[in-house]
Design a protein around this ligand. Sequence first.
Ligand SMILES: [Zn+2]
Length: 464
Amino acid sequence: MTTRAWTRRALALALFMACGPALAAEFQAGVARVKITPPQPFWMSGYAARTHPSEGVYQELWAKALALRDSEGHQAVLVTTDLIGLPRAISDEVAERVRGRFKVERQSLVLNSSHTHCGPAVRKNLAVLYDFNEEDRRRVDAYGAELVDRLVEVVGRALEDLAPAQLAAGHGSVGFAVNRREFTPEGVKIGVNPKGPVDHDVPVLKVAGKDGSLRAVLFGYACHNTTLGGDFYQIGGDYAGFAQAELERAHPGTTALFLMLCGGDQNPNPRGTLEHAQRYGQALAAEVGRVLGTALLPVRPPVRTAVEVIPLEFAPHDRATFEQEATSPDKYRPRRARLMLAAYDAGQPVRQTPYPVQAVRLGADLTVLALAGEVVVDYALRAKRELAGENLIVAGYCHDVMGYIPSRRVRQEGGYEAVDSMIYYGQPGPFADSVEETIFAAVRRVAERVGVVAAPAPPVASRP
Ligand SMILES: [Zn+2]
C-alpha cells in the first residue's frame, strides 16, 4: 500500500472514530414478542413416530420480531418462531397483511422457524405425517389462523417500538452440532458422521439503545432442534428455546431471537434428554454472552433488501410411479401418492415449487441471506466462500419449509434429506440435480442487488 493510501486509510479511520457512534445511532430498532404456545393437548410435529397429542409444556413458544429502519425509511423486520416450519400458505398471508397494514414489503420481511420438534403441527406443513379426524383438523386450522394474527401482531408491535439504536456484530462457535448423514452398507442413514461437513459458527447481532443498554440479541446456529426425540410429548423450544430463555435471564429486559441456519443435515450429539437440550442451550447462550462482551464490529445503515422467488424443479416423475406407490403397505407413501395423483387428475402434476431467496444487508457490515426449506450445511459453507469479503449470516428455514434442500453432493449421495423426507413433505420426490446451481444463481443476484460483490472464491483447499 502506498503512503498516500495509508494516509487516506488513517483519515477514514479517524473520521469513523469521530462519527462511528453517531452513524450507528441512525438506526432505529424495535423488538416485540408474542406467545404462540398451542392449546393443550395438541398434535406435535417433526416425528412420524408420535401417536398422540402433547402432554404438557416444558417451555412456552414465542414469535419474536426485530424491526430495523434507517434514516431514509428503508426497513427490515426479522421474525423468529419456535416452530417446526412455516408453510407458504401462512407466510404469504402474513406478508400480505404486513404489507397492507405496515407498508413493509415482502423483500424486507424475514420469517424464520427454529425447527423445534417439540412444537405444534403448523397447518399443512408435513401434512403427510398425520391422519387427522375432523376435530383434530379443526384445531390445527384454528391454531394456524391464530398464528397468522399473532405474527402480524408481533411485526406491528416491533415497528411501534422503533427507537434510536446502535448495532454491532460478531461471531462465536459451539461444537454440539454434528453431521448426521452416516454412510452405511445400506446407504446414507440418519446417524452420526464425524467426518461430514459442519458449520459451528454462531453469528451474533447486538442491538443496544442509545445509552448502550442491551435491547435485543439476534443469534443463530446450524443444527436441528431435535435434541428431544419422537418419544417426548411436551411442548417446548428444544436447545434454541433454552438458549433464548437463558440469554433473557442473564440480560433482563433483553429479547433474544434465535435464527435457524443451514442445519438441514446437522443434529445435536449426543441427544435424547431434556438435560441435553438444556446443556446445549446453556452452551449456546454462554457463547453468545461471551461474544457480546468482546469488541464487536459496528453495523451501520443503510438497510437494503432484495428477494426473488425462483421455480425449483423436481426430478422427472410419472403417474405410474404414484399409482404403484398408492398400493404400498407403508403408512405414508400412499398418502403422498394420493396427493400426487390428485394433482395429475387436475392436469397439474407437481413439477416445481416456488423458492424464495432473500438478502438483507446492513451497511457494508452484515448481510443476512435468508433461504427457504431445510437447507443443508453445504450452502452456508459455499456462500461464505463465494461471498468471502462479506460478513454473512446464512439462514435456512425461512418463509416456506417445503422440504429439505440438498446440495448437489447430498442429492447425488441420496438418503433421507435428498429423497425419503420428500414423502412426509408431500412432494413428488427429490429435487432435480440442478438444485444447488439454481439456488446459487439466485443468491448471487439478490446479493448483487443489495450491493454485495461476489469476490472470487479462494480455492477450497486453502481454507482452514
Ligand atoms: Zn428437519
